[in-house]
Ligand binder design. Structure first.
Ligand code: FES
Ligand code: FES
Length: 159
């Protein structure tokens, strides 16, 4: 039997009926069409599916959608404000912090959760903050440089 799911995604309220075992990434991608969140391993290993649920980075392949009932989800689609990219997105672009891009949405969401919790992390803390996200292309250095640029205030959020 389907269950009701009411939650907010990127500030927009949704109400839908889903099977109880439906995972969050499936609802985001298949039901809401938010395909920026990627589906890689489906086993909580790669981090490509990372979104922010109630302020915490979670791997949406490992969260039942119903666990988000009543909650707030932020996906990569919710980072930019209109045409204005989020500082992390600007920094990733400037530093070439992606190649194929498959890891990028998850990497951005883990980075945002990290900086929301600790706006001034050390390099070690940055590494820890993204250690659940695998990137097969960049070698991570450009990603760490991008985050460091944001931490140093080189990329500001538009007011
Ligand atoms: S798809 Fe969720 S961690 Fe890999
Ligand atoms: S840019 Fe290809 S996996 Fe990270």
């Amino acid at each position: 039997m389907k269950k009701e799911l009411r939650f907010t995604v990127n500030g927009q309220p949704y109400e839908l009926y889903i099977k109880p075992k439906t995972i969050l990434v499936e609802v985001l991608r298949a039901h809401l069409g938010l395909t920026g969140t990627k589906r890689g391993c489906d086993s909580s290993s790669c981090g490509a599916c990372t979104v922010i649920l109630n302020g915490m980075a979670v791997k949406s392949c490992s969260v039942l959608a119903l666990q988000a009932n009543g909650g707030e989800v932020l996906t990569v689609e919710g980072l930019a404000k209109g045409n204005e990219l989020h500082p992390l997105q600007k920094a990733f672009l400037d530093h070439g912090a992606f190649q194929c891009g498959f890891c990028t949405s998850g990497m951005l969401m883990s980075s945002k959760a990290l900086l929301d919790e600790n706006p001034n992390p050390t390099k070690e803390q940055i590494k820890e903050g993204i250690d659940g996200n695998i990137c097969r292309c960049t070698g991570y250095n450009s990603i760490i440089r991008a985050l460091t640029g944001v931490v140093k205030g080189e990329y500001k959020e538009e007011k």
